[in-house]
Design a protein. Sequence first.
Length: 413
Amino acid sequence: MKYSKNEVLQYVAEEDVKFIRMAFCDIYGQQKNISIMPQELEKAFEYGIAIDASAIKGFNVKVHSDLFLHPDPSTISVLPWRPEHGRVVRMFCNITYPNGEPFECDTRTVLINAVEEAKEMGLEFSFGSEMEFYLFNLNENGEKTVIPYDNAGYMDIAPDDKGENIRREICLTLEQMGIIPESSHHEEGPGQNEIDFRYSDPLTAADNAVTFKSVVKTAAARNGLYADFSPKPLLNKAGNGMHINFSVAENKKSKINNLKDDEKNIMQCVIAGILDKINDITLFLNITDESYLRFGHSKAPKYVTWSNENRSELIRIPAAFGKYKRAELRSADPMCNPYLAFALIIKAGIYGVKNNLKLPKPADFNLYLAEKEKIKDFKLLPLTLAEAKENALNSLFIKENLNENLIKNYTQD
């Protein structure tokens, strides 16, 4: 259920809410928050809550450093791990300057604008993310180690899989917060896990991805463990991916005359646009040096290709039917900012539709086992962070779709 401002005010007054966390992200997708008391909530809705932006990584506001957080009432959620009496709730916020102008480095607003542009064209996107994570033991001082919580393998069961009860706790917590888990299992690496949840509109999906990481880290800490979402926690083991599932449909206000009544062609154009722009946007999907150690190993892609069901591809079309038909981008990792990632995928999809791009032939074979001659003509993903930065800096597509400060922060050494 999506609450209105008045419903939130009533809920806070009637349900013993004592703290409201105003949540937002820095440009790299790291969640931040400031807590306010219930008596400040009306002011927050009316005027916003001021923060010192000069202390937030990547915001680059030095002289006039005040920015304002404006809560989105539709995102209110109780934090189930906080006390039941004197409850704590959280709302995601949009960020503005004191004069009310949107802050250009607020990536949630970047995504909102991308969604609106797509809707104006007649396109309705949906997203869902699948994020992998490792569970590591803590040492005697409560500091993280690289000792996995278990040595189980892909889809193993208890007692080898020690993460079963923690995944259960995570799933039940997500349910309490209005996020519906679909499945959970042990992944390929020792101590590695995956939980998938239902797809939704782009903004809700990005909010859910940020919430998911917070819930996982909290559940791990409550069990005396550390949850690691980094792309390559263990050098010789499977990395953590963030597989981004997406679909697109044409709405009633569609202005896409050349593709009218043909959703399949729209989806093909969107996928073709993403393939065309993937090297431009990879920096924003894979933001660390170790991100590039994943590529080409343990089902992580290396080439700019697509196929049906084949997990060695950059984009695969999973076996699904009806409204569950979707495409899956497999290159991103959980360290990326989901607002920025989804926005750029939408923008690349729009580019594909506007230019009526055609899909190349599918690579219907295992790229990991293929002979060099068979794959020599395929374009490679960037192999290093430096290469990804260079691609972004030289990209007209990135310059047209992202603010100069965002680009500068992501590309500087």
